[in-house]
Design a binder for this molecule. Sequence first.
Ligand code: ZN
Ligand code: ZN
Ligand code: ZN
Length: 391
Amino acid sequence: MSPAAVRPTIPVERFAERLDAAQRMVGESGLDALLVGVGPDLRYLTGYRAMPLERLTMLVVPRSGACRLVVPRLERMPAERSGAGSGGLVEIVPWDETDDAHALVASCVREAAGDHAGPNVRVAVSDTLWALHVLRLQAALTGAAFELGSRVTAPLRIVKDPDEIALLRLAAEAADRVIDQVAHGPLVGRTEHDVAAEIRDRLIAEGHDAAEFAIVASGPNSASPHHEASDRVIRPGEPIVLDIGGPLGGYGSDITRTIWVTGGHAAGPDDEFRRIFELVRDAQSEATGAARPGVSAERVDAVARGIIEAGGYGPQFIHRTGHGIGLEGHEEPYLVEGSREPLRAGMAFSIEPGIYLEGRYGVRLEDIVVCTDDGPVALNRAPLDLLVVTG
Ligand code: ZN
Ligand code: ZN
Ligand code: ZN
């Protein structure tokens, strides 16, 4: 069975719901229009996936009236085939090579603003829109106030619908299989680079759209949370932190497992390694258990941090406990002190505490967890216990 063959897609009705909700929020926020360039917000609202380019592609969500998707004429066909395009939810407005696309968008905004199309126009632009486009839009909409589009899109995207959860689950299960395959070895004698290349190939083979990252941090490198795979040769008697993932059907996987490699007369994990592994294991599972509706995001971080601090390694847990995941690998909610937002059913995030002892080794364990009315659900199923791999 090819994993891609069973991949669900987001049905057109979802894009209708999302566009309606966005339009409602544009009105409630006192904005005249939301302007969405190529990127995750555009994909969320329309299903349209395009390359970010100097040629402007822009969804215009006015406070009332039809949503328009302004596209270069040569990209009209893929835009029409997108979820919102094929469902007739947006009016496709193609522009020609010699047209001023930014002026075209500005005229859509002025039309939406109607009677107050003067200096009081307010628009929100998607957070990742290139400065190239933002500055030209500002020039075309003299005097208009510009804000970040995430004030409209983030509250929508933060709660996943069942189709999105289904894709996150498929991505998590595909990443689980890759961890299992790689943990079967052989690992000893290979470079981190070589193992990372194998992981990337396997992520694709298991159905991912792309292999976005493959951290292979062996021995002392495991003490660096975002280590780039290097030419270091893996030796028996040391740990490896594997942190891998990428999008599947647009939705990300992100899993971390720490394994111990042994072989020959090499030593197994020493006492301190076992101790920090147990602390991280406890912190990961207790924080997962705490991730219920109504609990603040910072509280989940505090649960993980409290366990590691009580074990005496607080200063060595040098990052937040987790991040939301969806169309982007890191998105809201962030599980970090100061993030008072209460968790809600449908939120999806990583729970990934770690302890890093510089010059020696580190441990991190990460699952993707969905908050539901029935409690937290871990999408990853790869075992979290310390795996000792021979060879
Ligand atoms: Zn990370
Ligand atoms: Zn990760
Ligand atoms: Zn992560």
